[in-house]
Design a protein around this ligand. Structure first.
Ligand code: F6R
Ligand code: ZN
Length: 262
């Protein structure tokens, strides 16, 4: 991913700027916009609308100056911004290491998921600050932001591993990560209570006005009431840090993706 330093590398320390994910010294910085993720979201029409509507930055990768050459251990910080396209959480392209070697990720901030696929089996690891996700040799990997803030992690990988994006295009990733679709959109309100049906804009109303409500595990209270409305409570008027995630069968990618390396 970077060739900004030439072996032999001398021992050195790298300072990490947690606020804006800078490294000092720093190597290559990659910016992946929506247009770079062509064919990777299941909903190709939603992807095209997002490209037309400003082509947002989906993620960035800041690398240390350690080069991708055998026996070195390059590192990088990935920041995936929060968002959904066609109901699918924003994510990295995903790749396989052509030289099948392992890798570790360390969650730094935000909430994410690490999707792993070996061609037959798919695994999903929840990633939070402090979580080490281990990617065994031979498992393709893709990261997903399932929160409402940037999801940031450190990757450390063997310099000879390489990055094969075509493998993911050909084989998929086994699963897709979508927000659980319960038809609700919870919003902060002065009294901490607000509910509406997302698709028809029904008006918000407090739970104690006769709508029925009950607690569920993620801190939302939700139940269909007799009048056909949904009510929900947001604990402490705050939204949950990580959304509930639906892991759905991968299906066919929409359109023909680009396969070039970053
Ligand atoms: C390196 C690695 C990560 C990713 C980065 C961006 O082996 O796994 O540094 O390269 O998270 O993801 P991709 O490369 O899939 O666009
Ligand atoms: Zn990798």
């Amino acid at each position: 991913m970077t060739t900004s330093a030439t072996p032999p590398i001398q021992p050195f320390a790298i300072s990490f700027g947690a606020d804006n994910a800078t490294l000092e010294p720093q190597g290559q910085v990659l910016t992946r916009r929506m247009s770079d993720l062509e064919g990777l979201f299941a909903d190709g029409d939603a992807w095209a609308r997002a490209v037309a509507d400003g082509d947002p930055v989906v993620y960035t990768v800041v690398s240390s100056p350690v080069p991708e050459v055998p026996r070195e251990l390059p590192q990088s910080i990935t920041t995936i911004y929060p968002g959904e396209t066609g109901g699918e959480f924003w994510m990295t392209k995903g790749h396989q290491h052509p030289d099948p070697q392992g890798e570790i990720y360390l969650g730094l901030s935000g909430h994410g998921g690490l999707l792993l696929f070996d061609g037959e089996r798919a695994e999903w690891l929840e990633m939070s600050p402090g979580t080490i996700g281990y990617i065994p040799p031979g498992w393709a990997h893709r990261s997903v932001n399932v929160g409402d803030e940037p999801y940031r992690f450190l990757a450390v990988y063997p310099g000879s591993a390489g990055h094969d994006y075509g493998w993911v295009v050909e084989h998929g990733m086994g699963l897709r990560a979508r927000r659980v679709d319960n038809g609700l959109r919870a919003r902060r309100a002065d009294n901490g209570l607000q509910a509406r049906r997302a698709d028809n804009g029904l008006q918000a109303r407090p739970v104690d006005d006769g709508l029925q409500a009950r607690p569920v595990d993620d801190g939302l209270q939700a139940r269909r009431a007799d009048n056909g409305l949904w009510a929900c409570r947001v604990d402490n008027a705050a939204r949950p840090a990580a959304a509930r995630v639906d892991l759905v069968p991968f299906g066919a990618p929409a359109g023909k993706p680009r396969t070039g390396k970053p």
